[in-house]
Each structure stands twice: as structure tokens, then as C-alpha cells.
Design a binder for this molecule. Structure first.
Ligand code: SF4
Ligand code: SF4
Length: 265
């Protein structure tokens, strides 16, 4: 763990300290167990559907292309918290992620910080929406098109997810619904690297309650989707300050300050 910077190391040691840390740890444990069941149901459904259609899933562990892991992967703050919890309990995965991260992050910067454009769209959706009428439907369609273009823009950089190691997922048991819901039934060769074309994956629907705003210290007031690897890293480095920013729950940072759970250089 010598590669960890002081903030990251400090936050790891303090992550589940104090009463706030106990709430956080309990939440992460319960969320992880519930999510594992939900993912199992999704996987069973994917198998049933492919069986009915007399096809089969062509994805496999260590897939030689793994281009689906070059897509822009989003997750909720609850999922990000569960991934942080997983990393704190799997040191090898944490170390490899920290090793992979700088190169990947440079690539994201070189590509123009695409997540800032996604974040602007999410913020717009938090504002009161006009009544559904033809003009607002056009606005929504415009967002859909913009959203798709941003996905392509990111994919065209061909940046492998920093959680991928030898084409295997370091956080497989805690991977986002976004990843668990994607599967291919096409010949694997169709997933070879290409420009302006996402890998041919089917996307199952995540459970309805995956966007539930309940959290361990208040209710989420901020956006519901985040660029997963980047925001997981920010939680690792900035701890409760980052969690407070992402959830919009200012009481989290206040409570963490009171309990001396915020890093001071
Ligand atoms: S979607 Fe394509 S690239 Fe991804 S694991 Fe499946 S076959 Fe491999
Ligand atoms: S989290 Fe895992 S499955 Fe998802 S994109 Fe990253 S490496 Fe792939």
C-alpha cells in the first residue's frame, strides 16, 4: 500500500470510524448484499431470454477484445460507495486500480474532460421539467442525441477502464449495473475495435429501485449518475467531502468535520 498518497491512505484508515463511519459501513454491507441479489436476477433473466431466442451469450471472462470496457461507464453514488467498500476490502484490486488510474485519467483530460459535458446534462435534468408537450419532447430528443454523441466521443478515445486488468474486471462482484446489464450474443469478432460504433451489446434494464435517493445520512439531492472510475477515485482521495458534494447532502461534511473524519494536511 506504499503507492497510496497520504490522503488516500488516511481516508482508507478512517473510512468506517465514528458513528458516521458505522452508518456508512452498514449501508455498504446491506447495499452490496441487495445488489448481488439484483445482479443475480438480471443474469438469470439474460440466460432465460437468450435460451428462449435460441442464442447464447458470447461474452466470457478475459474476453480478448473487452471493448465494452472502453465505454463511458456511469454509476450511482450508492454503487460508487459500494465499490470503494469493495476496494478497501480487496487491497490487490485497490493497488492495481491506483496503478492504472493516472494513465487513464491523462487520456480523459486529453479527450477534453467529456464527463463535464455529461454532468451538465444531468444537472439540467434536476431542474424542474416543463409539462410533456411537443416542444419539450423535442428538447428531450435533443438530449438523447447529445448523450449518444458524447458516448461515441468517449468510446473513440479507446481508453480501457482502469478497473480492467489483463482484460478481467478487478471489481467484478461490485461492478456497476451498467456493466452487469450489458451482454453480447453476437460473434465476438464484431466487438473488435472500431470508431463511431459501440460494441454490439444488449442492455437489460436495471431494477427500478436502483435510482432510489435514500442514503446513509439523509436523502440524495444531487445528480443520480456519475462517471464511475473518476468519481470512485475522488471518493478515495477526498472522502466525506466528495461524498457530500456528490449527494448534495451538506450535513455529511458537517458531521464528518465534527467527528474529525476530514483529512487535513
Ligand atoms: S460485449 Fe463484446 S467485448 Fe465485451 S465481453 Fe462481450 S464479447 Fe467481449
Ligand atoms: S467496471 Fe469492470 S466490467 Fe465495468 S467497464 Fe470497468 S472493467 Fe469493465
Amino acid at each position: 500500500m506504499s503507492d497510496l498518497n497520504p490522503e488516500l491512505l488516511w481516508n482508507k484508515q478512517k473510512a468506517y470510524s465514528g458513528t458516521l463511519g458505522s452508518e456508512r459501513e452498514r449501508f455498504c454491507r446491506e447495499y452490496t448484499a441487495e445488489k448481488a441479489q439484483a445482479v443475480k436476477s438480471i443474469e438469470d433473466m439474460q440466460l432465460r431470454e437468450t435460451d428462449e431466442k435460441k442464442t447464447s451469450i458470447t461474452c466470457e471472462k478475459g474476453c480478448r477484445f473487452s471493448t465494452c470496457c472502453m465505454e463511458y461507464i456511469e454509476a450511482t453514488i450508492q454503487e460508487c460507495e459500494a465499490i470503494v467498500y469493495y476496494l478497501y476490502n480487496h487491497e490487490e484490486a485497490l493497488e492495481k486500480f491506483i496503478q492504472n488510474y493516472p494513465k487513464w485519467r491523462q487520456g480523459v483530460s486529453a479527450g477534453g474532460e467529456v464527463h463535464e459535458e455529461f454532468d451538465k446534462i444531468y444537472k439540467t435534468f434536476l431542474e424542474p421539467q416543463p409539462q410533456a408537450k411537443p416542444s419539450s419532447m423535442r428538447v428531450l430528443a435533443q438530449y438523447d442525441a447529445q448523450y449518444y454523441e458524447l458516448h461515441i466521443k468517449y468510446f473513440d478515445q479507446h481508453l480501457m477502464c482502469p478497473f480492467s486488468y489483463n482484460n478481467e474486471c478487478l471489481i467484478y462482484d461490485a461492478r456497476p449495473f451498467n456493466c452487469a446489464c450489458s451482454y453480447s450474443t453476437s460473434p465476438v469478432d464484431l466487438c473488435a475495435l472500431s470508431d463511431r460504433m459501440l460494441p454490439p451489446v444488449n442492455r437489460s434494464t436495471p431494477p427500478e429501485d436502483s435510482l432510489d435517493p435514500s442514503f446513509y445520512h439523509g436523502e440524495i439531492r444531487g445528480p443520480r449518475a456519475f462517471f464511475m472510475p473518476l468519481y470512485v477515485y475522488e471518493i478515495l482521495v477526498n472522502g466525506y467531502k466528495q461524498i457530500s458534494r456528490m449527494t448534495g447532502i451538506v450535513e455529511i461534511e458537517k458531521e464528518a468535520l465534527k467527528q474529525r473524519l476530514i483529512y487535513e494536511a
